[in-house]
Design a binder for this molecule. Structure first.
Ligand code: TIU
Length: 221
């Protein structure tokens, strides 16, 4: 398949065919972006994750204009919590507890849902996942295969946890991932910066990274 776009990136230009590329928006849920949710309950300042909403929104608008497949993920659990491993439950965050945005990290609750600015529209995939990686216990792989997707543009939170885990899982399955640096965030800047380096080091051991402007410049010209 001919690759019709070439974006300046680290460690070298990322080439992709728009028809076989999906935009992934990882866990841009109120529980990670607003006070009182899972992210803050784990002891974090959520201003860093909240700050990327406008950058992700810009990329989402362009992806929609270009008719790209958009996949939104949400980390969360069944209301009866039967899918929460004991090891996860005991490590904090208050999963299942009542908070200001409803029960924390529970499907169907206000806090579990995606922020208003990035709400999915018709024909976009919403993928509920119980773990950090988007491939674990989900049908993501069959969705990508059925839509003939080969490349993923990855955005969302948090860079060092769900974004990195998903990129590692995708890389092992043969997908080429471009991580948009300013469209991802960690609670701590060092975790974010280290994750970027881990992805693009050793000739792009897990994938490519770039600022979203480089992608948008290419797509919008
Ligand atoms: N704790 C943390 O940084 N992240 C998560 O638990 N989940 C996601 O990254 N979505």
């Amino acid at each position: 398949m001919t690759k019709n776009y070439k974006v300046q990136a680290k460690p070298y230009a990322f080439e992709f065919d728009i028809e076989s590329t999906a935009l992934m928006i990882i866990d841009m849920q109120r529980d990670f972006l607003y006070p009182g949710g899972f992210g803050e309950k784990l002891g974090n300042d959520v201003s860093t994750t909240n700050a990327i909403i406008p950058s992700v929104q810009k990329v989402l608008e362009t992806a929609r204009e270009k008719n790209m497949l958009v996949i939104h993920t949400r980390e969360g659990h069944r209301p009866d919590l039967t899918d929460v491993p004991a090891s996860k439950a005991k490590r904090g965050g208050g999963i299942g507890e009542q908070g200001p945005m409803g029960r924390i990290l529970v499907r169907g609750e206000y806090g579990h849902d995606i922020v208003d600015e990035l709400q999915p529209i018709e024909n976009e995939v919403v993928l509920d996942k119980p773990g950090k990686g988007a491939f674990y216990q989900t049908d993501l792989e069959s969705i990508l295969r059925n839509r003939n997707i080969k490349s993923l543009i990855v955005t969302g939170v948090t860079t060092h946890v769900c974004v990195q885990t998903t990129i590692r899982e995708a890389n092992d399955r043969g997908y080429e991932c471009l991580m948009l640096e300013d469209c991802c965030a960690a609670f701590d800047q060092k975790d974010h910066d280290d994750s970027i380096r881990m992805i693009n080091q050793q000739g792009g051991i897990f994938g490519w990274t770039t600022p979203s402007d480089y992608l948008l410049k290419e797509l919008n010209q």
